[in-house]
Design a binder for this molecule. Structure first.
Ligand code: ADP
Ligand code: MG
Length: 332
C-alpha cells in the first residue's frame, strides 16, 4: 500500500468545520471573528513515550489526548489537528486500530483531522492541535502560566500518580495485583483531557497548566512565569492517588508496599497525569467548585501561592517537608 492509499484509507475524512481538510498542500481554517487560535504540538516517540508493542488503539487515543490536554490548560475549545506519522512499515490492522482510537477521541471533542505528513521511519507520532479562545473587550480569555498572584489557591483536577504507578509496574520495578494494574494502566494509556474544565475555568482561574511531567515540576513553571512561590499540602495530593485511597480502603486486599515518601513522590512527581493544575483567588472558591461540578470534573485545593519565590511542602499536620521529589526530566 502506498503513502496516498494509506492516507485515503485511514486518515482522510470529509472536512466539516475547516474551510479545507486533507488532500491539498495546506488545510484552511477560518478563525471566527473575536477569537484567537491556540496552537500546540506534542510528539510521541516509540520507546521513549510509549512501549513499541502498546495497543495501537490506546496509542491513537493518547497521541491526541496529550495534545488536547494543552488546549484544556489554555481554556481553548478544540477545533482541528494535524498528524505527522513516521511508520517502520505498513501494518494495516495496526493502522486501523490506531485510527479508531484517534478518531473516537477526536469525535468526542469535535476536533477534526485536517492534514499531516506520512513517512517511513522509526515509529513516531507528532500531532499539532488548533483551538479557539475568545477575545473579550480586546483581552484574550486564554488561561496562561503567568497569572498566579500571592494569596491565590492552588487546585488540581482528578487523580495523580496512577499513570506513573502503572509505568513502574510495566517496567518491572513494582508488582501490582491484576485489577489495580488494569485501572492504573488505563490512566497511563488513555488519559482524559480536561477540556470541559478548562473551558469552565475561563475568567475564573488566574493561571493554569496541564500536569505532564509531574505536579511539582509543572507547578514550578507557573511559579517561574508568575514570579511567585507556593506551599503545597503533600498529603492532600497523595490522597488523590486512586491506588492509594483504594489501597487504604481495602487494606489486605491490595498488597502494594510503598513507603509514605514513595506515595508522596508518585503524587508530586509521577507525571503523565494530564490533569489541570490551576490557581484562583480565594474569593472564587464557590465559583471554582461550581466549575468543577458543571464540567463533572473533581477539583481539589492543594495549596497556596506565596509572595516569596520558592516551593514549600507541608504534611497533614502543617509541618514542613523536604522538597526532594524532582520532576521527571527527559534530559536528566
Ligand atoms: P505534500 O507533499 O504537499 O506535503 P503530502 O503528499 O505529504 O503533501 O500529503 C497529501 C495530503 O495528505 C496533504 O493534504 C496532507 O496534509 C495529508 N496527509 C498526509 N499525511 C497525513 C496524515 N498522517 N494524516 C492526515 N492527513 C495527512
Ligand atoms: Mg509531505
Amino acid at each position: 500500500m502506498g503513502e496516498f492509499d494509506l492516507i485515503d484509507r485511514y486518515f482522510k475524512r470529509p472536512a466539516r468545520h475547516a474551510a479545507l481538510g486533507v488532500g491539498d498542500d495546506c488545510a484552511l481554517l477560518q478563525p471566527k471573528a473575536g477569537t484567537q487560535m491556540a496552537i500546540s504540538s506534542d510528539m510521541l516517540v516509540s520507546g521513549r513515550h510509549f512501549f513499541a508493542d502498546v495497543d495501537p488503539r490506546t496509542l491513537g487515543h493518547k497521541a491526541l489526548a496529550v495534545n488536547l490536554s494543552d488546549l484544556a490548560a489554555c481554556g481553548a475549545q478544540p477545533l482541528a489537528f494535524t498528524l505527522a506519522l513516521s511508520l517502520p512499515h505498513v501494518d494495516e490492522p495496526w493502522l486501523a486500530a490506531f485510527a479508531e482510537g484517534l478518531f473516537a477521541l477526536a469525535d468526542v471533542h469535535g476536533c477534526e483531522l485536517i492534514g499531516g505528513d506520512t513517512t517511513a521511519g522509526p515509529l513516531n507520532i507528532c500531532i499539532t492541535v488548533f483551538g479557539e479562545v475568545p477575545v473579550v473587550a480586546g483581552s484574550s480569555q486564554a488561561l496562561l502560566r503567568s497569572g498566579a498572584r500571592p494569596g491565590d489557591d492552588i487546585y488540581v483536577s482528578g487523580t495523580l500518580g496512577d499513570a506513573r504507578l502503572a509505568l513502574d509496574a510495566l517496567l518491572g520495578k513494582i508488582e501490582l495485583p491484576p485489577e489495580l494494574l488494569a485501572t492504573s494502566r488505563a490512566r497511563l494509556e488513555t488519559p482524559t483531557p480536561r477540556i470541559a474544565l478548562g473551558l469552565a475555568l475561563r475568567g475564573i482561574a488566574s493561571a493554569a497548566i496541564d500536569v505532564s511531567d509531574g505536579l511539582l515540576g509543572d507547578l514550578g513553571h507557573i511559579l517561574e512565569n508568575s514570579g511567585v512561590g507556593a506551599t503545597v499540602h503533600a498529603d492532600i495530593a497523595t490522597e488523590l492517588i486512586a491506588a492509594y485511597s483504594g489501597n487504604k480502603r481495602a487494606t489486605g486486599q491490595f498488597c502494594i508496599q510503598l513507603s509514605t515518601e514513595q506515595w508522596r513522590a508518585l503524587a508530586l512527581a509521577g507525571g503523565d497525569d494530564y490533569e489541570l493544575l490551576f490557581t484562583a483567588p480565594p474569593t472564587l472558591r464557590d465559583t471554582v467548585a461550581q466549575a468543577g461540578r458543571a464540567s463533572q470534573t473533581p477539583v481539589t485545593r492543594i495549596g497556596q501561592i506565596n509572595t516569596e519565590p520558592g516551593l514549600h511542602l507541608m504534611d497533614r499536620q502543617g509541618k514542613p517537608l523536604d522538597n526532594t521529589c524532582a520532576s521527571f526530566d527527559h534530559f536528566a
